[in-house]
Ligand binder design. Structure first.
Ligand code: ADP
Ligand code: MG
Length: 728
């Protein structure tokens, strides 16, 4: 009803942003709601503390007695902060986070009430898990998945509940979440990278993957959003004519942040501080009402947990400021969507960033080793990386000239391109003393200087090297980073293992010196994987053609993109790397393809309903006003009315045309949906949704948006783009 829209507008316009109070010094707030190592040190006995620390850093098992101690001190710490409940906190394949709260409170046989939380409750729980997606792993009748404590991610207090990060696995041991395969992938890359590091430094015992994400999002007024069933049910607008002013003036990016949004951000960052999420950067993004929050990078598992937690916190904090936060990749047509860059690097326990050029030729050779192995891994598995970011919502963004295309390529900048070119010319076989010196001085020795001004950022690249890290930019804003980060670390682990074998082989059977062997293998890698390197405009049509010639994949939609997950080679890769079993890989495919189908099904239903129940009746109402008007004109002016009412008659006709189109297209869409729903095979079903149902979404929208421009603004029931996007 239009009345609702106007009420919401009035509320939004009159909304007085309360100033956000209570901002204390960040460093003092930081992690005060986290049971981290420094809190543990206070609460645990020395032995228990040591045991937990070695579980965190070296993956050692924690025994029952220690688990009991940890549980009891966690409970005491939580109670001291007014906490009453605890939950195992996990990330099922729905993409959201899940929790089931239990009170510490228990009664004993004699009726005495106590607060109880022991090792058993800390270590393992059995949530009623039948309704989480499992891709057929866990039969519903059995419904037994369990959660198990992940001591590498510290427990935290959120909304008066003690949250314990856990993995979520089926009774039979298969992973049902994002965290389990990620932890396995991180373990594998630690192993593979450490071995390679030892060529350069024997002291390295552990390598950790580091991740820093950049979360983009939109803020819209809560009441205005509530007038839109599409936003409420699908997280994006399925229709709505563009606002006369959109992002064309480019006046929002890095502009001053509107007060109301700023208050939200301060509140959000305050929450982040308490939860130990090291939020650091905030700024406007390209589109109106679009913003970004980015933390300081952390160990990958913790960073992924923090992003999942943040997405939840954002929603809650937004509500306090009368906002709705839209994390969807494409909430509005014709203005930029949102992504979540995943910045990734590898770091040793000796404190060296393996993707940062060093100060000596030796450390640069180490840098080049990891740099080139990453390039090779991405080249050989580009389609898998594309698959790891595939979703119905990210399909809107990739290739829409605002985000990287669906072709994966790597940008490395002019200086490093030159270094690779030089390395490619290294003599095959043993190197002459002169060549060795040359390489040391002119190629490997020169990297630090040149990289200092490596500021040439190519924003159109899906995977860019940015000085000391790779930035995976094609990740969608709603994604659980665990998915792409599992993939990336797995393919790189595999590559590093191969590299080690090849180098060892040259050293052992050909009697090469270590450096010589490394140079020789790297040279071949550069030659073999050059085709993935691209420095030009990733948005251009020419790149699509060029990429096709190079044999790079260009999977434009999710059903196409996901197929590679079922390839034999993919399953072999995951099995070999101990990241996922065949059953797990196949189950994930099923979950993801089903999610795709469900998303499109919901969107298609919602649009059908809005078109028929909101748009058409509104158009008819306005048409009746026009008809009455023409009739009135006829009465007054008698037969001359035709001239006076000509424009109205044209409008009446045009409206009828759009109504006809909407109605017939909605009917056709429903029929296509029915046909798709009848398909057993989920891959074919997803394809039917993609190719047969989805096109109607745009068709129907087109006519609805035309009507929006014709119909009296006072009758229009849905909040318009200009209202959603420019309210301050
Ligand atoms: P941008 O210009 O893309 O916004 P920033 O320098 O602001 O880049 O960094 C973006 C993200 O990258 C931040 O989360 C930051 O902590 C993270 N980052 C910086 N260095 C590294 C690194 N070595 N490994 C992983 N992430 C990193
Ligand atoms: Mg970035």
């Amino acid at each position: 009803m239009a009345i609702l829209r106007f009420q919401a507008l009035k509320t939004a316009i009159n909304y007085k942003p309360s100033t956000f109070e209570g901002e204390e010094k960040r460093s003092e707030l930081f992690a005060s709601n986290v049971f981290n190592e420094s809190t543990m040190r206070q609460y645990l006995t020395g032995d228990a503390f040591k045991s937990v620390v070695s579980a965190i850093h070296d993956g050692k098992k924690i025994n029952r007695v220690v688990a009991d101690q940890v549980a009891s001190s966690m409970k005491n710490w939580a109670l001291s902060k007014g906490v009453t409940h605890y939950t195992h906190w996990f990330q099922p394949l729905t993409g959201a986070t899940a929790e089931k709260h239990d009170a510490f409170f228990e009664t004993l046989e004699d009726g005495i009430a106590i607060e109880k939380f022991d090792g058993d409750q800390l270590v393992q729980q059995e949530p009623d898990a039948s309704s989480f997606p499992s891709g057929g792993i866990r039969n519903t009748f059995e419904a037994r998945g369990y959660t198990a404590w992940d001591p590498t991610s510290p427990a935290f207090i959120y909304e008066t509940t003690l949250c314990i990060p856990t993995i979520f696995v089926a009774y039979t041991g298969e992973a049902l979440d994002y965290k389990t395969p990620l932890l396995r992938a991180l373990h594998t890359i630690d192993d593979a990278a450490t071995q390679v590091c030892r060529y350069f430094d024997k002291n390295v015992k552990k390598v950790s993957a580091l991740v820093g994400w950049e979360q983009e999002y939109f803020l819209v007024d809560k009441n205005l959003a509530a007038c839109r069933p599409d936003i409420t049910l699908t997280g994006r607008t399925l229709l709505g004519h563009s606002s006369a002013k959109g992002q064309q003036l480019e006046d929002h990016y890095f502009g001053s942040i509107p007060n109301r949004a700023l208050n939200f951000m301060r509140d959000l960052e305050n929450q982040c501080m308490l939860l130990g999420i090291p939020a650091k950067t905030r700024h406007n993004e390209v589109a109106p009402n679009q913003f970004e929050i980015a933390p300081i990078y952390e160990e990958a598992n913790l960073s992924v947990d923090h992003n999942s937690l943040l997405m939840d916190v954002m929603g809650r904090v937004a509500a306090r400021h009368n906002f709705k936060v839209l994390l969807h990749e494409k909430p509005f047509a014709n203005i930029n969507g949102s992504g979540k860059h995943n910045n990734w690097s590898l770091s040793t326990d000796t404190g060296v960033n393996l993707l940062k050029p060093g100060k000596t030729p030796m450390s640069n050779l180490q840098f080049l080793t990891f740099f080139i192995n990453t390039i090779k891994a991405v080249y050989e598995n580009e389609e898998l990386l594309r698959a790891s970011i595939a979703s119905a919502s990210n399909d809107h963004r990739l290739g829409a000239n605002e985000a990287p295309p669906s072709i994966i390529s790597i940008f490395i900048g002019a200086q490093l391109t030159k270094v690779l070119n030089d390395l490619e010319g290294v003599t095959k076989g043993k190197l002459s003393p002169k060549e060795k010196t040359d390489l040391k001085l002119n190629v490997v020795g020169k990297i630090p200087d040149v990289l200092l001004d490596n500021t040439d950022r190519n924003r159109t690249s899906p995977f860019a090297f940015t000085g000391n890290k790779f930035e995976f930019r094609a990740v969608g804003s709603t994604a659980n980073c665990g998915n792409p980060m599992t993939m990336l670390n797995t393919i790189i682990a595999k590559q590093l293992k191969e590299f080690k074998i090849e180098v060892d082989e040259l050293i052992e059977s050909k009697n090469f010196k270590k450096d010589e062997a490394v140079f020789n293998v790297l040279r071949e890698y550069i030659k073999a994987s050059k085709d993935i390197l691209f420095e030009g405009n990733g948005y251009g049509k020419e790149w699509e053609e060029e990429a096709q010639k190079r044999g790079l994949s260009n999977n434009k939609n999710t059903p196409e993109a996901l197929k590679v997950k079922l390839h034999k080679s993919t399953i072999r890769l995951f099995e070999e790397m101990n990241v996922m079993s065949k059953v797990e890989v196949e189950a994930r495919y099923e979950v993801e393809i089903n999610a795709y189908i469900n998303h499109l099904q919901i969107e298609s239903r919602v649009l059908g309903d809005i078109a028929r129940n909101h748009i058409v009746p509104t158009a008819v109402k306005y048409q009746n006003i026009l008809i009455k008007n023409v009739k009135g004109l006829k009465e007054i002016f008698n037969k001359d009315y035709v001239d006076f009412g000509k424009e109205q008659l044209n409008l009446i006709k045009a409206i009828s045309g759009h109504i006809d189109d909407i109605n017939s297209k909605v009917t056709q869409m429903i029929n296509e949906r029915k046909a798709a729903n009848g398909i057993e095979d989920i891959t074919l079903k997803a394809e039917a949704y993609c190719n047969k149902v989805k096109p109607f979404l745009n068709d129907i929208r087109y006519h609805c948006d035309k009507l929006e421009l014709m119909v009296d603004d006072e009758l229009w029931p849905l909040t318009k783009y200009r209202e959603l996007l420019f309210i301050r």
